[in-house]
Design a protein around this ligand. Sequence first.
Ligand SMILES: C[S@@+](CC[C@H](N)C(=O)[O-])C[C@H]1O[C@@H](n2cnc3c(N)ncnc32)[C@H](O)[C@@H]1O
Length: 390
Amino acid sequence: MSSNILPEPPDELKQLSHSLSLRIRESFDSDGMMPFSRFMEMALYEPGLGYYSAGLHKLGASGDFITAPELGPLFATCLARQVAELADTLGNYDILEAGAGTGRLAADLLRQLPPDKLPGRYLVLERSADLRRVQREHIQAMAPELADRVVWLDQPPEAGWQGVLIANEVLDALAVERFRMGEAGVEQLCVTRKDDHFAWSRREAPAELELAVKHAATSAGLEFRPGYRSEINLHLADWVAAVTCRMTRGLALFIDYGYPRREFYLPERSDGTLMCHYRHRAHDDVFFWPGLQDITAWVDFTALAEAADRHSMDVEGYTSQAMFLLGCGLDQVLAGHGANSADGGLALGAQARELTLPGLMGEKFQVMGLGRGLTEPLCGFSLQDLRYRL
Ligand SMILES: C[S@@+](CC[C@H](N)C(=O)[O-])C[C@H]1O[C@@H](n2cnc3c(N)ncnc32)[C@H](O)[C@@H]1O
């Protein structure tokens, strides 16, 4: 979708975006540009001004996009079955949720878990101070009797813990580098200023980016031709290490839209995977009112598996969201609730379609489970194993 048919933001929000744009320009390097990764980082997280930091209505019907937990309780109900299975294996355990959005998943998950399988602590690692406030209010309102188990962290846990890490649509919100193949080698795509707007520009890639791009191409058995553009997350492995390094035993579940590397870098996907969300419209203009829209990149799940390997974790499973939820018993949940609910299960049926149909969230959202010290099979990965595609 072209950005010139997107709704106009109100004047006070445009003012916010102008302030952020000014701060971005002031942070340009001496050559008048900055790597796209820094632009994305500032557009999303610049204190007080970035998309996730400025107190805007982001998730849900009145925001810009809707995530699986925001559709209703079905996603959390299925996830709770996987967590309960792990609770049987682990005994005392904690949940660590990274990037908890509005707190909806936390509240629903706590309410869906049987009392004897509740986590000792529900830890939340949330970068946005504004969203922490929203989460606190939501959890207090929706699950008051369980709210005292929820603890917000500024950093990943420093002491050893065992349990389940959940990150739904968090990896896609991490800043990525953007590159282009030039005639002479890899180029770093940068952001510069043209008249009153931001525009693309480029410079020779720093060694770290060049090496990472070459590794991506070689490991996928692909050749990136001149003119090919895409993204790469240089800090994914570090981030995964930071959030999992003190997990002594347990499972880290990453749920996001993405592909195995060979599909991520297909020659026909020659302009990468960046996607912006504004008022429930998806489009590709990353320079549209910085700070007022979400900017995301699809996830290279092979990179996630490589990160696991580097940090002594095992890829316990990789499957589509549809097959994960069905493996967790989505059909049994529907059967159990339909007869008892006032609408005969209509609302849950609508959520199930959205979560599982291939044209909706079922296929483009994928689930990867990284384990440490686990030997028992996991219900979520019992129906389909896509690890051979990594
Ligand atoms: C697209 S939202 C998804 C929210 C929620 N998980 C859901 O599914 O509704 C991305 C979330 O990740 C958070 N986030 C982004 N980077 C993060 C980081 N490095 N550590 C923790 N949270 C982060 C954002 O503030 C936001 O809460």
